[in-house]
Design a protein around this ligand. Sequence first.
Ligand SMILES: [Zn+2]
Length: 261
Amino acid sequence: MQSEVHMRAAFASAYAALGAPKGLAATDHTQLAMLLDSIEAQLPDAPYSVVPTSFDPHDDGLRAFPRSLETRWTSAENFFLNVGARGIMMRLPLFWQMEPLLFAAGQMAGAPLFVCDQSNMPLGAAAIRTAHMDTVVTDAGDAFAFSDYLVLTGAVAPKAWLVVHAFDAHSWDTPAALVDARLAQEVHLFPGIPVLASCERAPKVGAGFHACNDYRVDINETARLTSINDEDPLPLLNYDTEVPLAASGTCICGREIFVRA
Ligand SMILES: [Zn+2]
């Protein structure tokens, strides 16, 4: 209980540092939107990067969510190193603002980044075949569409896929066609904020997810998130995602498995 009190105090000072009015805490979508509205004017001059709070550019509820400038996409870095990526093809929507994080992750793994529009499948296939772009990073919808295209045209398949699911998507499905590839899957709360990730030891399609390092995941029918990274400029406090989640036993690695309920 004491730690809960300490945590609330630490979070209150983080909100105060952002310039938010007293009493606001990121506990659900409504509170978070109010908090972000209250700090919107300060954000352009503040030492933070921002990510959109929606995967949909037409979402009326879209706000800018502050992140530490030190933020790295370490799970992507580790995946690129593990699979020995020679080149990384980013097919994520540009609106998600993931290119800087992905470029930095590629630099750490010694692999160049190639940005390919999702609509340009022939170029994507050519980059795999001729330019060593052997590792594809994309969203779930494009994973289905692009893998279908590669199969139907008899094109060379990439060695590895990193598939990003939107937390609020109706499902977190990945195409069965990826079963022979090196695969990593992540569920992002907002673009660039991994909350759940497939296990490095049991990464197969449909195997469920583990909690990532920066958030504690609690389940009260829906998934609740609490920030556990002290560097987080806007920590979430038992934040109700409104996404149904269930615990599904213990993985071979010893961690808890979560599945979409
Ligand atoms: Zn595991």
